[in-house]
Design a protein around this ligand. Structure first.
Ligand SMILES: [Zn+2]
Length: 372
């Protein structure tokens, strides 16, 4: 796939255009760019400047992955810029990092990595691979201040364990109380930072909802009652199907799994898919996040697979695509990307077909356009 920088003055002829927002598909128009910003998406005359001819193709907003770990796997010494390139090659221009122990990452690439720098977790509980431990609230709040001063673009908190492959429905204990989470959200707000929280198990998800966190990561094994509350809340939900699906879809990578473990994972995945379908019907704000870097979850292409998994679980093509474009941009507070509209920057994916009708066209993009 070609990655092309768009000059500040340009026009892009297209056969079809999906703006990332509604079900409307524009046909045979021109997208005009003035001073580096989209000026019009359905024009009929080109502005002065460079003219791209994609009159055979479909334009849509470039993709955003709401949950990755760019530094993972640690044992793989692949340069981060190469991993960033894998994202661009899949049509992904930005991703939100869920933490690591490497400190602030330097990624020499037009790929935008939104960093938490390191996650905050409770000492003695799950999270040592993701960031920094604290023993009490005051340490957690100090860490929020420190991460903000280091340039974190969001705060990541680990509020539960991970789900057990041996025992269905087990996720480890919820670690931060609702009031602790609320204090962290309030302190992050002082720095104008959103808070993403790893939460599996019903208790951890309920505490997140009580605290009003921005995004709930995973959410495995929440009850249907909690799902209803999530759907009625302002919090986004990032169900991360990919790391669970990989365990079953790529058995060659997981040869230590016993039949019992495969059975637990299968049942867990089925319940999670049911929650996603019901959450979508209830109006939950679902985002596509892959947890890329986790075992079996590749950087870049996994976002396309996650979009397919969300669609297969029950999201409409429109909702599955919004989950990685306009809705993701809102949650990640990236106001210049995620949709094609006047005032946005030209982060544009060029596809062979209309993704609302043929979502699999995402697997073979023709070009990624990014601002010069
Ligand atoms: Zn993660």
């Amino acid at each position: 796939m070609q990655i092309i920088e768009v000059p500040d003055q340009a026009s892009i002829k297209y056969g079809q255009l999906w703006d990332g927002l509604s079900e409307i598909i524009y046909s045979n128009g021109i997208l005009n760019i003035t001073n580096g910003f989209i000026k019009a998406i359905n024009a009929h005359t080109s502005k002065e400047g460079f003219v791209f001819d994609y009159s055979h193709a479909t334009l849509m907003p470039a993709l955003i992955d709401s949950h990755i770990h760019l530094a993972f796997p640690y044992e793989d010494t692949q340069p981060l810029a190469q991993r960033a390139q894998q994202y661009l090659q899949a049509g992904v221009v930005a991703a939100r990092d869920g933490g690591n122990t490497c400190g602030k990452l330097s990624v020499n690439s037009p790929f935008l990595l939104l960093q938490s720098i390191g996650a905050i977790y409770k000492k003695g509980h799950y999270g040592s691979a993701l960031g920094y431990s604290v023993t009490n609230l005051s340490q957690a709040l100090q860490l929020v201040d420190k991460l903000a001063s280091l340039g974190a673009q969001h705060i990541k908190v680990v509020a539960s364990g991970i789900f057990s492959f041996k025992s269905y429905g087990k996720t480890g204990t919820a670690t931060f109380s609702a009031s602790e989470l609320r204090s962290i959200v309030d302190r992050a707000a002082v720095h104008k930072l959103p808070v993403m929280v790893h939460a599996s198990g019903d208790e951890a998800v309920r505490r997140c909802l009580e605290a009003g966190v921005d995004t709930i990561e995973h959410g495995y094994f929440m009850t249907r009652e909690t799902l209803k509350r999530l759907a009625a809340s302002d919090s986004y939900w990032i169900p991360t199907l990919s790391p669970v699906n990989a365990q079953l879809a790529k058995p060659e990578l997981f040869d230590a799994l016993t039949p019992t473990m495969r059975d637990v994972i299968t049942r867990s995945l089925i319940y999670h898919q049911e929650l996603i379908a019901e959450g979508f019907a209830l109006g939950a704000k679902i985002l596509a996040g892959t947890d890329a870097g986790a075992p079996g979850v590749l950087h870049g292409i996994s976002l396309i697979e996650e979009i397919m998994l969300l669609h297969n679980a029950g999201l409409s093509p429109l909702a599955a695509l919004q989950a990685a474009t306009s809705r993701a941009a809102q949650a990640c507070r990236q106001t210049l990307m995620g949709s094609l509209a006047p005032g946005k920057k030209p982060y544009i994916l060029v596809l062979k077909d209309n993704p609302l009708k043929n979502i699999k066209t995402l697997f073979s993009p023709e070009a990624l356009l990014i601002p010069a």
